[in-house]
Design a protein around this ligand. Structure first.
Ligand SMILES: CC(C)(COP(=O)(O)OP(=O)(O)OC[C@H]1O[C@@H](n2cnc3c(N)ncnc32)[C@H](O)[C@@H]1OP(=O)(O)O)[C@@H](O)C(=O)NCCC(=O)NCCS
Length: 153
């Protein structure tokens, strides 16, 4: 089957929202999918309009959206790893079950990395699900020594 990677537009919002819900479901994360999807849809509409969130999708030959991923670029203080003052974070990597293991997530990440490279961004980070960790490691991502910690206020 032939697939095409393309830039997502605001008209694709429902696909990106569905991918985020599908990603948490497949990761086995206990969530309130409807509440998350509603809040995410509102957030995404604004973030895509402003350019804060950029996304790419994969279309099948039949014109179905079967995979996707997105990126946010954050200001990041220059440090030992890069001086460019920004860091990209990849989100919502998702491939529909029927289309997995055909290289679609890898193709999406290649496109995101090429876009980041074109922007002069030197560092990309992401949170890896157990299912995606081997893929990310094959691409070259490394688990960092210092654990990411969060605090819910
Ligand atoms: C993880 C996920 C995105 C992978 O998508 P995919 O399109 O099937 O991945 P690809 O086909 O591009 O895989 C690329 C490579 O990683 C390998 N790979 C993918 N998933 C793997 C797994 N679970 N275990 C081991 N290797 C895996 C593939 O074999 C392939 O290797 P190769 O390039 O050497 O042949 C998909 O399984 C998914 O959507 N999972 C549920 C949501 C999720 O966990 N998303 C990630 C959030 S961080």
């Amino acid at each position: 089957m032939t697939y095409m990677v393309r830039v997502a537009t605001p008209a694709d919002l429902k696909h990106i929202v569905a991918h985020r819900a599908g990603m948490f479901r497949d990761m086995g994360v206990p969530t309130a999918p409807h509440a998350i999807s509603k809040h995410f849809a509102d957030w995404l509409a604004a973030a895509m309009a402003s350019g804060d969130y950029r996304a790419w999708l994969v279309d099948s030959e039949a014109g179905e959206v079967v995979a996707g991923a997105g990126v946010i670029v954050y200001p990041w203080p220059p440090g030992p790893n890069a001086f460019d003052g920004r860091r990209a974070c990849v989100f919502n990597v998702y491939t529909e079950p029927a289309h997995r293991n055909r290289g679609l997530a890898r193709r999406l990440l290649d496109v995101i990395h090429a876009w980041c490279g074109g922007e002069g961004i030197k560092n990309v980070m992401l949170n890896a699900s157990p299912a995606a960790l081997p893929l990310y490691e094959k691409i070259g991502y490394k688990v960092v020594d210092q654990p990411m910690m969060t605090l819910t206020l």
